[in-house]
Design a protein. Structure first.
Length: 180
């Protein structure tokens, strides 16, 4: 994983789309400044995670999965590994693992969205924060492969997503990428 300075540069170059995302950006920047192991699961209070917002080439549908542990419809994403070169590579790896999509292309350079959310405690893990850095990918391939981490995995239209979730951070990504 790259240095704190490289991560901070990428985070500070992102332009948030609303107040909620601006607050997430400030919190993530403060966290990275204070934690040399900002990406490591060993940082128990929290850690950066990498997510992928995936749309089709026409920007009509996006991929969401029904997360087994959280029981919510979310974008693919997860923990950063020590051998991930950077945040975008962590997001890309997670996208491939959780969707089976291989040929993913960045829709735009840089960060697409930022979010901070609480992960509840589990038997072997205390509650902690995920400081989520999201990148937008496009896929011409629509053949999804369900992973063991999800109950369901689907290409969904804007209307479908609005019916399945009230998660503001997901709806914000919909507003940014799927026209009305």
């Amino acid at each position: 994983m790259y240095s704190q300075q490289q991560a901070l540069s990428q985070l500070l170059n992102h332009s948030p789309s609303d107040v909620g995302e601006q607050q997430a950006q400030q919190r993530i920047v403060e966290f990275v400044r204070a934690n040399p192991a900002y990406w490591s699961r060993a940082t128990l209070a929290g850690h950066l995670t990498g997510s992928a917002w995936i749309t089709d080439v026409r920007h009509e549908r996006a991929v969401l999965l029904h997360h087994k542990k959280l029981a919510k419809w979310l974008q693919p994403g997860g923990h950063i590994d020590a051998d991930d070169a950077d945040l975008v590579q962590a997001s890309l790896r997670e996208a491939r693992e959780e969707t089976g999509l291989v040929n993913l292309i960045l829709a735009q350079p840089g960060i697409f969205d930022l979010d901070v959310h609480r992960i509840p405690a589990r038997a072997n893990e205390p509650g902690h924060w995920h400081l989520d850095v999201r990148f937008w990918f496009i896929s011409a391939d629509e053949n999804l492969v369900l992973s063991h981490e999800s109950n369901a995995l689907r290409w969904l239209s804007r209307a479908d997503i609005m019916q399945l979730t009230e998660e503001e951070s997901v709806l914000r990504m919909v507003r940014k990428s799927l026209p009305v």
